[in-house]
Design a protein around this ligand. Structure first.
Ligand SMILES: [Zn+2]
Length: 131
């Protein structure tokens, strides 16, 4: 017993949601392959270290950022499920735009700097206007 310490009993941080989630995921990892079991043990030992930690401020900040991250992740999933964010629209936005050649049907990538908006087909060398 450390009698010199005049702080009340609770000096370590203890178990929070972050540590519990870490231990839970670590246990699942332990059931998998050897490499993942090693990662799982690391996670569990980190969770134990956190619970024994005396830097309460830092641990609280860690937990808060985890909860914020989870909250954001769940919000995105919720929005996708309720059709507020459509995966189709996201994909369309990222897709490069192509123009079909009117003669041979070859797809030509639309470049943003086309001279007079004229495209030339590499297959049949037809020049046509891109809208
Ligand atoms: Zn063509």
């Amino acid at each position: 017993m450390n009698t010199n310490n005049n702080c009340p009993e609770k000096i370590t941080y203890g178990w929070d949601n972050f540590s519990k989630i870490l231990t839970f995921i670590g246990c699942i990892f332990c059931l998998l392959t050897a490499y993942e079991a090693f990662l799982g043990l690391l996670m569990i030992s980190y969770a134990f270290w956190r619970s024994r930690s005396k830097n309460v401020m830092k641990r609280t900040r860690e937990e808060r950022s985890l909860l914020k991250f989870l909250n954001d992740a769940f919000r995105v999933i919720y929005n996708i499920r309720h059709g507020r964010i459509s995966l189709k629209n996201l994909r369309l936005k990222n897709r490069k735009r192509y123009k079909k050649c009117p003669r041979c049907g070859n797809l030509i990538l639309l470049k943003t700097t086309t001279k007079n908006n004229v495209l030339s087909c590499p297959k049949c060398s037809l020049k046509f206007k891109a809208k």
